[in-house]
Design a protein around this ligand. Sequence first.
Ligand code: SAH
Ligand code: F3S
Length: 485
Amino acid sequence: MEKVIDETLQGQTLVKDNKIGNSKKLYIESYGCAMNFSDSEIVASILNNQGYNTTNELIEADLVLVNTCSIRDKAEQTVRKRLEKFNAVKKDNPSMKVGVLGCMAERLKHKFLEEEKIVDLVVGPDAYKDLPNLLEEVENGRDAINVILSKEETYGDISPVRLQSNGVSAFVSITRGCDNMCTFCVVPFTRGRERSRDPQSILDEVNDLWEKGFKEITLLGQNVDSYLWYGGGLKKDFKKASEMQKATAVYFADLLDMVAKAQPRMRIRFSTSNPQDMTLDVIEVMAKHHNICNYIHLPVQSGSDRILKKMNRLHTREDYFELIDNIRKIIPDCGISQDMITGFPSETEEDHRDTLSLMRYVKYDFGYMFAYSERPGTLGAKKFQDDVPESVKKKRLQDIIDLQQLHSKYRTEQHLGKIEEVLIEKESKKSNLEWSGRNTQNTTVVFPKEHYKVGDYVLVEMKECTSATLKGKAVGYSPMQTSSS
Ligand code: SAH
Ligand code: F3S
């Protein structure tokens, strides 16, 4: 999920949805996964009701919050540098308060207040509703911390303030936490147990976004395929508890279907799918609705069965191929992307070759690749020696990046000469005469603006490409611009 975020979005926030009459200023930066960006919108909403409007000027902030990521050591180092910067600014402006939110807050807890003394406020991912009380503590000159994880909190009742928004695409969280316990991953420790959000509140948020002019939503969760909601129905109507559960359960495929039907002209994306939890039902629902994009982010992490087992990924390489084959059978033009880790403890050259051969089989459209970073407290750190030398991790990383580059180029080339639907999101970074949007497979498409505008669904004929971008020319509106199906 992390990579859903455009690099340029990292960090600073734009001012949106500010409330008249609010006198205090909040500056909020987010790092890491899309869920963090989505959580910052919840935090901004809570603080909007406490007299704070957002600002993108650090210098004028009364409160500076940084929503943090612990996924790799490098992510934590980036945040530490930002905290140093905030503290330097604070020296000239002592009334300014600095708070840490998110995964690093959860992982390091009191350490920030006690040993490091660089922040006034520490708030874990499930404690944002406590912010008003915590801020009162801070006002009274006391350090404030709440890092209690919850089994229920989904923030389903909070209407997020849209930050950094292009007014076209928005994130909608559907689950929080993760129960999967991949041995390399810190998320189950920093974000707690998995829980699903009430489908009605998801539908309400999607409908509200449509009313506000948004055209694309990404349903977010660490593991969206394990979304599960039991609701509705009265116990007395059922003979057995299991019957009641079956009759009233909403699975991810059901939720996708409901959302796609509720707003047939809204593009629906979702992230992230875990191969062991993705079902054929989900793929079939995707195939059934034009407005569900043909794109699946399907992290695999390694192509070696031995390493997959040590990672506690509960599928084999063969299972993964079967899933890929099924996706291609049901949705032949589906875009597929990966996450991969090189240098997991004990990884050999043979394991690495298995990863390369798995990549050759799938030929992913995109990839997000990382060198293994041991995270304190994870099962990986406890059970395995981080024994692959840094230079070997880096070399293997370069191998898979190079291979992915070839595959990305191969995939973009397949679009040349075709006419595809693109949703216009923003001006192209490279030229103010061109629009930038994405096709259904999530590839960026750039084309001359002509009379089209942001938020339009346009048919674009693809004429040139690099490994990451398609260039084309609009040939008219897509039926999604006006139709109801
Ligand atoms: N299920 C989550 C995964 C979050 S972490 C999701 O929604 O995407 C994103 C990616 O970071 C993982 O898929 C993995 O490839 C990588 N990652 C996680 N822990 C890591 C570690 N300790 N070292 C290197 N990469 C890691
Ligand atoms: Fe992490 Fe695995 Fe969950 S990568 S977020 S423990 S699915």
